[in-house]
Design a protein around this ligand. Structure first.
Ligand code: CAA
Length: 241
């Protein structure tokens, strides 16, 4: 029987590429999104992938949303925790709101999505949880104390939960993308991108969302059962952890 996957933040950016790649690999995909109805409708129209709206920052919304996906598509075998936001700013100017919003989505979102799915994966003896962390969770990034803290937290979450899942056929892995050509990176001031970021990427370019999506398909497959608790860097050589 075909497998079912949820991709959070799955209608735009890296998430959209992941949703499409999983569909192409034979999965039934539910693409979650939080706010942009227009982009989600266009994505659904273009791909035929089902879209579901809720915020990963809220536990009850996740539990409800997941129940709806499972009622529509069946038990979820693969969870890709991709949804993420930035609220960049130097720490001396960072507000409690900028801190909280990023932690709630980028870190607590992993708990909120994984916890309601975990018992089912344990019962069925199979699961794949793939967390999209970031190069900036590995190395830290000025202007991103909130984001770097959350993304580093994602790696700790991955390593601890991988140990719990290992005897139940569930793998938990993290992918750390570098700077990928998405709206999030295009929002970085052009001067900063050209002067302070691009020159540090040995491959000499931004990554493409599809390059991250291929990592997800690899980790999601049944053949990847011996890979768990790992952190896969895909950053053009910018940081070698
Ligand atoms: N790397 C290196 N230096 C950086 C930098 C970065 N990512 N971001 C800012 N700087 C440098 C600037 O070049 C500038 O240096 P100079 O004083 O020599 O010109 C200095 O820091 C101050 O920057 P600003 O003048 O822009 O200061 P600001 O207060 O107006 O803005 C900021 C600060 C909001 C952090 C802005 O610089 C910014 O948005 N920077 C980008 C931060 C960043 O890298 N975000 C990543 C977004 S993509 C992402 O998060 C996806 C992922 O996982 C990789």
């Amino acid at each position: 029987m075909g497998k079912t996957a949820i991709v959070t933040g799955g209608t735009r950016g890296i998430g959209a590429a992941i949703s499409k790649a999983l569909k192409d690999a034979g999965y039934t995909v539910a693409a979650n999104y939080a706010g942009n109805d227009e982009a989600a409708a266009a994505f659904k129209q273009e791909t035929g992938i089902a879209v579901y709206k809720w915020s990963v920052a809220d536990y009850d919304s996740c539990a409800e949303g997941i129940a709806k996906v499972e009622a529509d598509l069946g038990p979820v075998d693969v969870l890709v925790n991709n949804a993420g936001i930035t609220r960049d700013g130097m720490f001396h100017k960072m507000t409690p709101q900028q801190w909280q919003e990023v932690i709630n989505t980028n870190l607590s979102g992993l708990f909120n999505m994984t916890r309601p799915l975990w018992e089912g994966m344990r019962e069925r003896g199979f699961g794949r949880v793939i967390n999209i962390s970031s190069i900036n969770g590995q190395k830290g990034q000025m202007g991103q104390v909130n984001y770097s803290a959350a993304k580093a937290g994602d790696i700790g979450f991955t390593k601890a939960l991988a140990q719990e899942g290992s005897r139940k056929g569930i793998t938990v892995n993290a992918i750390c993308p570098g700077y990928i050509a998405t709206e999030m990176v295009k929002a970085v001031p052009e001067e900063v991108l050209n002067k302070s970021i691009l020159p540090l990427i040995p491959v000499g370019r931004l990554g493409e969302p599809e390059e991250i999506a291929r990592c997800v398909v690899f980790l999601a497959s049944e053949d990847s059962g011996f890979i768990t608790g790992s952190t896969l860097s895909a950053n053009g050589g910018q940081y070698m952890a």
